[in-house]
Design a protein around this ligand. Sequence first.
Ligand SMILES: [Zn+2]
Ligand SMILES: [Zn+2]
Length: 244
Amino acid sequence: MISSPSRLIRFLLHLFFPRTCVCCGCDLSWTNENYLCPSCSKGLTRPGPLFCQRCGVNLPSGGAHCRSCRGSKAKQYKCQVIRSAWIFNTSSRALVHGLKYAYGDYLAKMMGWQMAKNFSRYPELACVEIIVPVPLFVKKERQRGYNQSVLLARSFAQNTGIPLVEKALVRTRDTVSQTTLGRQARLANMADAFSCVQPDVVKGKTILLIDDVATTGATLEGCAVALKTAGAKRVFAYTYAREN
Ligand SMILES: [Zn+2]
Ligand SMILES: [Zn+2]
C-alpha cells in the first residue's frame, strides 16, 4: 500500500502529526490531501443559480439586480462586476479563517486552484488582462506575515495563466474595522483608502481584483476607484467567497 518514498513520508507524518478537518475537526485520512473532510467538502456551494448581475449576491426570488445595483445605480460603481467561487458558509468560512490565521500558504494553493476551476462559470470575466490582489495595510501585513489575497492571487494566476501584478495597489490608511458599519458607511470608509502605485502597468487594462471574501463590495469598490483614477479601462472582481 505504501509503495513510494513520498507516500511513506506522508504516512509517517500523519502518524506523528495527524491532520484534522479545518471545519469540523474530525480526523482526516492520511491519503486525504485536502483540508476538509468529505462531508465538509460537500458543503462548499457555488453562488446562484440566480444572482445579481453586478455584485453577485444571491437573489433567491430572481431578478437581474439586487436593490443596491438596480436601475441607474449599477453604472455608478467603478467595480463593474463581482463574482465568487463559493457562497460564504460554514465550509468556506473555515478555509478563509484558516488562510488568514493559521495555514496561509498551504491552504492558498488549494483555494486558488478551486477559484480557477470555478472561474470558467463566469464568461463575463473572460476578458480580463491582469490580476491585482487587494492589498492589506502595511502594518497588518507585517503582523500577519503575509497578505492572504496575494497568496490566493498567486495560485489563481498559476492555474489560469493570467498575468499577476502583485504591487499595483497600496492601502494608504488603516481603515476602521468594517464589521460594525452599515453599507453607506463602508463605502465612505473605503473611498480613499487605496492608491495605485503602478499607473503605467494598469493604464488601458481590464483588471481582475482578487480578494478572499466579498461582503458589501466596499473594499473592492475602493480599489476600483484607485485603479480607474490611474487609467484602468475596466475593473472586475473575483473573490473566494461571497457573503449575502
Ligand atoms: Zn469536516
Ligand atoms: Zn447587486
